[in-house]
Every structure is written in C-alpha cells, then in structure tokens.
Design a protein around this ligand. Structure first.
Ligand SMILES: Nc1ncnc2c1ncn2[C@@H]1O[C@H](COP(=O)(O)OP(=O)(O)O)[C@@H](O)[C@H]1O
Ligand SMILES: [Mg+2]
Length: 363
C-alpha cells in the first residue's frame, strides 16, 4: 500500500448558526500520488473538507494528519498544500508572470529562482510565451491554466482543486479533464479534486469519495462505484439507473415486478426487502416472448451514440434503455438482461458491512 499523506479521523464540522453538522464523523486516508475526487451534490460538504485540509477552516472535532503529523493547529501558510479555486481568484491587474510569481515573491526567493520556477510552471500548463499577457486578455481555459500554474509553482505535496472546470464550456471542460489527469501523472503529486459532475469524477479519478449530507457514503475506484453502488443515492447519483423495489428470496434469487430472477448477489436474510438496480446500457430490447420483462415503449430520444428509450412495465415502473437501435413508440417489447447485470442493494447498509458482504460472498 502506498504511503498515506492525509488522514481524517472522525472529523466533524459544525457552525454555530446551523442545527445539523456540515461534516459528520468523516474518516478517510489519502494515499500519496493518486488522483482523488470528492463527488456529491451542492451543499454536501466538499468545499468544507478542502478548507479544513488547507487550514482555512477548523474542524469542530476530530484529527487531521498530514504525512503522519497532526496538523489541526498548523496555520494555512505552513501547510504543504495549495488550492485552485472555482473562480480562479487571479489578480486582474497583474500579468500572467506576476500572478504565478506572487507567492514566490512573498517567500522572498531570488529573482533568478522565481524566473526559473515560474517558467517551468507555465511550461507545465502549456502557457509558455504568455508571461506578459494581461489576465483580461486570457480566455476562460487559459485563466484556469494560470490558476493551476500559480498553485503548482509552490511545489505542494497536495493540490486541492475546488470545481475548477465548472465555469468552462463542455468541449473545453473535456479537454481540461485530460490535461489535468496528465498533469497529475507527470507531477506525481496528490490531487484532491472536487466536483458535482459524476462523469468528470468517473473519467479522472483513481479513487472517488461519494458524499451526501456531510457524510462519505461510498469510496472506491470509479469502476467499483459504478458497478457496485452501495445504495439508492449512489446508484442514482453516479450514472443512469433503473431502480425498483424487490425481495431477496435467497442467495442468487431476487424477485421484482412480480417475477423471480437469477442473480449473482447474496449474503442477505431470506426474503429481505431490497432495491434492485439495472443500468440502461445493460438492458437489451427483444421480442415480448424472449424478454425477461415485458414493457411498453413510451418515448425515445437520439443521444448521438445511442437511443435513450423510456418504457413502462405493467406495474408502472419506468425503465430507461440505451440501445443503438430504434424501438417503436407504443409497442410491447421484451427487456433482456443477464444475471450479473442485476445489482441488489440492501436498505441502510453501512460501507463496512457492504464491503465485508461483497468480499465474503464473491470469493
Ligand atoms: N460559514 C458558514 N456558516 C454556516 N454554514 C456554512 C458556512 N459555510 C458553509 N456552510 C454550509 O455548509 C454546508 C456545506 O457547504 P460546502 O462545503 O460549501 O458544500 P459543497 O462544496 O459540497 O457545495 C452547506 O449547507 C453550507 O450552507
Ligand atoms: Mg463547494
């Protein structure tokens, strides 16, 4: 296992004027050199975690460790982290060079050292030749790069990025996702990236912490989280999902929409009430006779690569299907899927219990 660089142990954050804690008993380990993403809806506490790591905000309870040392009482300017903010927070009256050099000048580095470090940082973000440009003459994507250069010029061990791409348009955002990922790999430092965009999180991260209401609800690789969401919230928030209520009859046998299906999940009580997830890309449209479920096609939209087809079963459940072929609106069709496409979730299962059950059951 790689070395842990940041740990939170039972960190809680409460503001005096709010009843509910903003962060509730947060525990995690961040390993050196990886790309982490905090993913969750607006207001779930992502920025608060970054602010506590950076030293801009204090935890109400719990311990924060950096490189093995407790840092709760270490001031922000003594911490080996830098932040790239959502609004970039550049100095509009300074040119690119001076923006990037600002922190180094405060640290009173020699002119030659500043020159060398700033040029290297600008080279890394592909802004060589832009040193004399005014910030007002730079595009959104270029400003973003200046903000990143200003953060990496200090050679932090950890770079914190708070929704840095949210102001960019879709095409530029996708380009910057690749660039940031590549930059992280080239620098080899730890990135902690915050986003509410699940596609961005899945595309960029080594590890994702999915957050909801001040808690980390699930952590894991993008594939873990997409393939094995722990509960309704994660299944719904990360990717498109069809979620229906059902009953786990016994190991490998689940009932939903009034029918029993063979599946690969288990480790639950007999006849335990569960929720069942089927991803739209795992559903195939076939004839009503060959289908495991019979549904009626309601509407469809062409999404560029596939059709997004909305169907309803006889119980009134909605089923979204991604298919490369069109279906006929109003027709009865069958939905076919494999046992391993059925993902069964318990109600209110903790992440520890979920991981333990998966491990014991799947081995
Ligand atoms: N200074 C503050 N005083 C009171 N509540 C705050 C303060 N700062 C943030 N909050 C609240 O903390 C919660 C989490 O905020 P934040 O960490 O910014 O969420 P996110 O970045 O996930 O959108 C929100 O409900 C927000 O209103
Ligand atoms: Mg935020």
């Amino acid at each position: 296992m790689a070395k842990s660089i940041i740990s939170f142990e039972h960190v809680t954050k409460r503001y005096e004027d709010t009843e509910d804690a903003v962060l509730k008993d947060i525990c995690f380990d961040i390993e050196e050199g990886k790309f982490y993403t905090l993913l969750g809806p607006s207001g779930c506490g992502k920025t608060t975690i970054l602010r506590i790591i950076a030293g801009f905000s204090e935890a109400t309870a719990g311990d924060i460790y950096f490189d093995g040392q407790r840092i709760n009482d270490i001031p922000a300017n003594k911490r080996q982290v830098n932040t790239v903010f959502q609004d970039y927070a550049l100095f509009p009256h300074m040119n690119v060079f001076d923006n990037v050099a600002f922190g180094l000048k405060i640290k009173k580095l020699s002119k030659a050292a500043i020159q060398e470090k700033v040029m290297e940082a600008l080279r890394l973000v592909q802004l060589k030749g832009y040193e004399k440009r005014e910030i007002s003459e730079m595009s959104g994507g270029q400003r973003q790069r200046v903000a990143i250069a200003r953060a990496i010029v200090n050679e932090p061990k950890v770079l914190l990025l708070d929704e840095p791409l949210s102001a960019l348009d879709l095409k530029l955002r996708t380009d910057m996702q690749y660039e940031l990922r590549e930059l992280q790999q080239r620098l080899g430092i730890t990135f902690i990236f915050v986003t509410h965009d699940q596609e961005e999180a899945l595309a960029m991260s080594d590890e994702i912490f999915v957050m909801n209401k001040g808690k980390i609800v699930q952590s894991g690789t993008p594939v873990d989280i997409y393939d094995e969401p722990i509960n309704h919230f994660v299944a719904d928030f990360v990717g498109e999902s069809n979620i229906v209520k059902g009953t786990m009859i016994e190991d490998n046998l689940v009932e939903f929409v009034g029918k029993q299906f063979v599946c690969v999940d288990g480790g639950m009580r007999p006849n335990e009430p569960v929720e069942v997830v089927l991803r739209p890309e795992d559903l195939n449209i076939t004839t009503a006779e060959k289908g495991k479920l019979v549904v009626k096609v309601d509407t469809q939209l062409f999404r560029g690569v596939h059709y997004e087809i909305i169907c309803y079963d006889e119980d009134g459940n909605e089923w979204m299907v991604h298919s490369t072929r069109k279906a006929k609106e109003g027709s009865q069709v069958g939905l076919y899927f494999e046992p391993e496409d059925i993902h069964v979730m318990r109600f209110n299962e903790s992440e520890e219990d979920f991981d333990a059950r998966l491990e014991s059951y799947e081995e």
